[in-house]
Design a protein around this ligand. Sequence first.
Ligand SMILES: [Zn+2]
Ligand SMILES: [Zn+2]
Ligand SMILES: [Zn+2]
Length: 487
Amino acid sequence: MRRPLDLRHVISPGLRDLVELANTDNFDRVTEQVRDLRGCTSPVNLHGWTITTDQTTNQVVRSYRSEDEPSGRLLTTCGNRRASRCPACSRLYAADTYHLIKAGLSGGKNVAETVRDHPRAFVTLTAPSFGPVHNRPTTDAGKPRPCSCGETHAQDAPELGTPLRPAHYDYSGAVLWNAHAGALWARFTTYLRRALAEHLGMTQKALNAALRISFAKVAEYQQRGLVHFHAVVRFDGPDGHTTAPPAWATFDALQVAVGLAIERARLIVESDAVGERVIRWGDRFKVDQISALGDGELTDAKVAGYVAKYATKNAEGAGTVDRTLVCRPCAGRGYVRGPDGFRDLCEDCDGTGQAEPLTNLAVQQHARQMIRTAWALGHLPEFAHLKLWKWAHMLGFRGHFSSKSRAYSTTLGALRDVRRAWRTAQAEAARVRASLPVDDENTTLVTASSWTYLSSGYRPGEELLAAQVRHDRVHTERLKQEGLLPA
Ligand SMILES: [Zn+2]
Ligand SMILES: [Zn+2]
Ligand SMILES: [Zn+2]
C-alpha cells in the first residue's frame, strides 16, 4: 500500500495535481491517455461505456468503461480544424486534407492512379475591387515601388489591404460579396460546363455524357478582408476518375472555359437599403496547369501542400477574431421575451445583440468596419437568410472553407475511418496477446455503448504532461528536418 505524499508544501496547482495523478493506481495509463491526444489543446472529456457481447454465448467479448480509467473519464481530441484553436488537431486536419487533395491529383486512397494523366488545373478566383487599398507593387525585377499613398510599405505593414480612403470604401459591397462568395462559386461551376460546351461546339447534353468535371476548393482571406478561392479542377471520363477524359477535353479548353465562366457568373442582389448589386468575380484570376511529371512549377505535392495550408487558416489572414460575436441569450436580437410575452432588453448585451462590444475587439479599424457593416446589414429582412450576425466575425463569409465534388477523391471521413480501423487493429492485436477470445466468422458480436459529454480541457496535472508531449513532438520534428531522424 502506497502512502500518499504530503502535498501541503507543493505550491503550483499543476504540480499538486500531477502528484495526485502519480498516486493513482495506474500513472502509466494517465500518461498514455495524454500522449494519445498528441498535444491537443482542449480535449473532450467523456463519461460512459462500450460493451461487446457474443450473442450466441452471451459472453462479454470486450468492454471499456471510462470509470476504469485512473481519472474516471475518457479523453479524446477536439478535432478542431483551425490552427488558432488547436495547433495539434489542425496539423492532423492539414495532413488529411493534403492526402485528400494529393489522391485527387496522383491517385491512391482508392483513386485511380491514371488521374495524373487527366488535364488538371489549379485555379485562383478573386473578389473585385471595392475601393483602392494600400498595396505593395513591385517592379518586374521584384523591387518594391511606392503605393498610391506615396509610401513604400514594408512586406508585413499592417496598413496593407486597408482602404486608402475608408469613408469612400464600399463596405456594404465587400460584406455582401463575402456573403455570396459560396453561391458565386456554385454558379461558376455551372457556367464552366456551359462555356466548355460552347467553346467546343457541343451541346451540354453531349458534353455531360462524355466528360465529368471534378473540383476541390479552399477559401483564403486576403488582407483586404475578402475571401478568394483556390481550386483544383480535373477532367474525368464519363464514369469519373477511373475513366480517361475524351481527347478533345484538353487543358487549353479548360483554360478558355474558366476565363469565360469567370466573366459570366453573376448574382444580382436587390435591396431598398443598398440598391442593386451585381456580385461577380474580380478581373484577376489564375489558371495554372498542374504538371503530371513533377518537372513543371506546379507539382501535385505542391498544390496539395497549398490547399492543406489554406484549409487550417480561418479568417486569420484578414486579422479578425475566431469566435462568433452573437450574444447567446438573445441570439443577437438584443431582447428576450418576458413571461408576459413582451420584449425585455437583453441584460447580457444591453440590447446590442453582441457578445462583446465591437469597439473593444482587438482588431484593425478595417476589420472592425467590415464587422460593423455585416451587423448593420444583418438587421435588413432581405438579408436575413445570409445570417450576417452569425458570420460577422468572418466578415460575412459563411464557412465551407474547403469542399470538393464527390467524384474528386476520397473524403476526410474515409481517412478518419482508415485511422480508426488502424487503431482497432492495434487494440485487436493487444487483445490477442492477452489471449482473450478472438472474433471469428461464426460468432455474432453486438456492441452497445453509451457516452455523455462531461467537459473540455485537461486537469492541471495533465496539462503539464501535455506540455511535455508538445515539446517532444516539436523536438522530434526538428530532428527530422535536420536529417537526424528518418522522416
Ligand atoms: Zn485538439
Ligand atoms: Zn499606401
Ligand atoms: Zn443579448
